[in-house]
Design a protein around this ligand. Structure first.
Ligand SMILES: NC(=O)c1ccc[n+]([C@@H]2O[C@H](COP(=O)([O-])OP(=O)(O)OC[C@H]3O[C@@H](n4cnc5c(N)ncnc54)[C@H](OP(=O)(O)O)[C@@H]3O)[C@@H](O)[C@H]2O)c1
Length: 318
């Protein structure tokens, strides 16, 4: 099976490239628990397209790339993910996240590829008193959330939509790395305790995306690590598991954040993985388990610099 991966240089993209190519990403689990139906899946021929090689907001470039690669499946992980910056530049957010996905959907339609689109918990407003399932109505409160929902709306009904949340991995910037950096200094560690979500680790998420992609399962799937916490709970766990004093981490409310963040966040964006469960695909491990494995990976000096994807879409398409 031939796959085209957008956003291949990103945090999730780097682990997805490993998982789709048949390699367990650093910190990933071997076997069924992390990778779903691994036994039924052969490694794929993956053509990675990093942002520098394919800008999804360029319609001609997307059509040309997909025509050249002729993938069976396009895993579309490329997105503008800077939630606060999206608030200041909605045109760019919609150009990449909504219009870019329109271009991917058009190319897929034209050349007969299945699309797997990675979406977000921020499509919800967070007012639900319980976790959101795939049939709850989205109502995003930020430009980023609206632009990602715009992308969902561009897809054909047969496409796969993977909504995930609070993504952390070995590559790229994320909350775990921020906490480790802050904890190495003497300053106060203050994190909000009134936003609830499920931290999700790319080493685990990429296995499930792989299963959904290779089986071309249609519809929306919420895919997160199991369990939920707050940003304060996540920060305290990072500090404790890396040998520090979790008591150093002070809980604050969103309204106490100084300066306030430009983009509103949902107070509750816990995603119930209902569709995954009903399909019989194993749920991802608990978030604490994923966190422990990520911290071990980050602790290895050899993982400080991991080479970028070798094969570029431009080469494969040319
Ligand atoms: N991070 C989270 O907490 C989170 C939560 C829920 C869902 N998601 C979704 O998960 C997916 C992967 O996110 P991530 O955490 O891996 O973020 P990421 O590290 O920012 O990865 C996104 C990648 O997309 C690339 N990109 C940006 N603009 C592009 C464009 N115009 N055309 C093609 N590629 C472009 C980025 O490249 P540059 O950096 O070079 O611009 C980056 O490599 C995204 O779809 C995101 O919406 C993320």
């Amino acid at each position: 099976m031939r796959l085209l991966l957008t956003g291949a240089g990103g945090q999730l993209g780097r682990d997805l490239l490993d998982a789709l190519s048949g390699t367990v990403p650093s910190g990933g689990l071997r076997g069924d628990r992390s990778t779903g139906r691994l036994g039924t899946r052969a490694p794929c021929d993956v053509v990675p397209a990093a942002h520098s090689e394919l800008d999804v907001s360029d319609r001609d470039a997307v059509l040309t790339a997909v025509e050249g690669v002729r993938p069976d499946v396009i895993v579309h992980a490329g997105a503008w993910t800077a939630v606060d910056a999206c608030e200041e530049d909605p045109d760019r957010a919609f150009a990449v996240n909504s219009y870019g996905t329109r271009n991917v959907a058009e190319a897929a339609r034209r050349f007969g590829a299945h699309v797997v689109y990675v979406s977000t918990d921020y499509v919800f407003d967070g007012t639900n008193p319980r976790p959101y399932n795939e049939w709850d109505l989205p109502h995003p409160v930020s430009v980023y959330g609206r632009s990602k929902l715009g992308g969902e709306h561009e897809l054909d009904p047969g496409a796969t939509i993977v909504r995930t949340s609070w993504v952390c991995g070995a590559h790229g910037a994320n909350m775990v790395k921020t906490v480790l950096r802050l904890a190495s200094g003497d300053g106060a560690l203050r994190f909000v305790a009134d936003q609830h979500g499920s931290p999700t680790f790319t080493a685990d998420l990429s296995g499930a995306v792989c299963t959904l992609a290779t089986e071309r399962l249609p519809g929306i799937f919420h895919v997160t690590n199991s369990g939920a916490t707050t940003w304060h709970g996540l920060a305290a766990a990072v500090v404790a598991l890396s040998g520090g004093d979790p008591g150093r981490v002070e809980p604050i409310s969103t309204s106490e954040l100084m300066p306030p963040r430009p983009a509103p966040r949902p107070a509750n964006s816990v995603l119930d993985n209902t569709a995954l469960r009903l399909t019989g695909i194993p749920l991802l491990p608990d978030w604490q388990d994923g966190l422990e494995r990520l911290l071990r990976v980050l602790d290895e000096p050899s993982n400080a610099e991991v080479p970028a994807p070798e094969r570029a879409v431009s080469k494969a398409a040319g």
